[in-house]
Design a protein around this ligand. Structure first.
Ligand SMILES: Nc1ncnc2c1ncn2[C@@H]1O[C@H](COP(=O)(O)OP(=O)(O)O)[C@@H](O)[C@H]1O
Ligand SMILES: [Mg+2]
Length: 161
């Protein structure tokens, strides 16, 4: 588990962009955190990092946005407005989650039973007006091989290793 502190929206986007470098097709990112905690900002970074210049907006009302340009399609979900399990079931979520792209789900914790086991959970916390803590659950093999996950590295600050 690693927590990064972001001090601006641009830093959150940069963390997403950087994270996208190691994201493989088929990855599922399950985002959890209050309104305004930076989830959509992070997704902007992910989409840009995967090589798409698409404008990323919150799919709060449409539930799903697809970005097809770039290294891999991105399926960007927002579960905030989904009322019940039936509405989630109607999305045919598995076609996306087990499809040919990277899936990112805001408010994934509203219906965790629909999130596959191999998803990477990422927690967003509001620390102050401009500060957010972003915690990545688990550690990938690639990250374990990094020389050091402590201290500042390219503007990333690891708070808890
Ligand atoms: N460090 C930060 N990281 C991300 N957003 C921040 C940060 N500081 C302030 N903000 C503001 O918080 C809001 C985050 O919005 P958004 O990414 O849409 O959140 P969410 O999708 O979690 O509801 C934006 O208005 C942004 O300007
Ligand atoms: Mg959002």
């Amino acid at each position: 588990m690693a927590t990064f502190i972001s001090n601006s929206p641009a830093e959150t986007e940069a963390i997403g962009r950087r994270f996208a470098e190691d994201v493989d097709t088929g990855s599922i990112l399950a985002l959890k955190g209050d309104l305004g905690s930076g989830k959509t900002m992070f997704v902007k970074g992910i989409v840009a990092g995967l090589g798409s210049r698409a404008e990323v907006t919150s799919p709060t009302f449409t539930i799903l946005h697809e970005y097809r340009a770039g290294r891999s399609p991105v399926y960007h979900f927002d579960f905030f407005r989904l009322e019940d399990r039936q509405s989630v079931a109607r999305l045919d979520l598995d076609d996306y989650l087990f499809g040919d792209g990277v899936s990112v789900i805001e408010w994934a914790d509203r219906f965790p039973e629909f999130i596959p086991q191999h998803a990477r959970w990422i927690l967003f916390e509001v620390k102050s007006e401009n500060q957010r803590a972003i915690t990545f659950q688990g550690t990938t093999d690639k990250e374990r091989r990094l020389p050091s996950r402590r201290g500042k590295r390219d503007g990333w600050e690891t708070v808890t290793p």
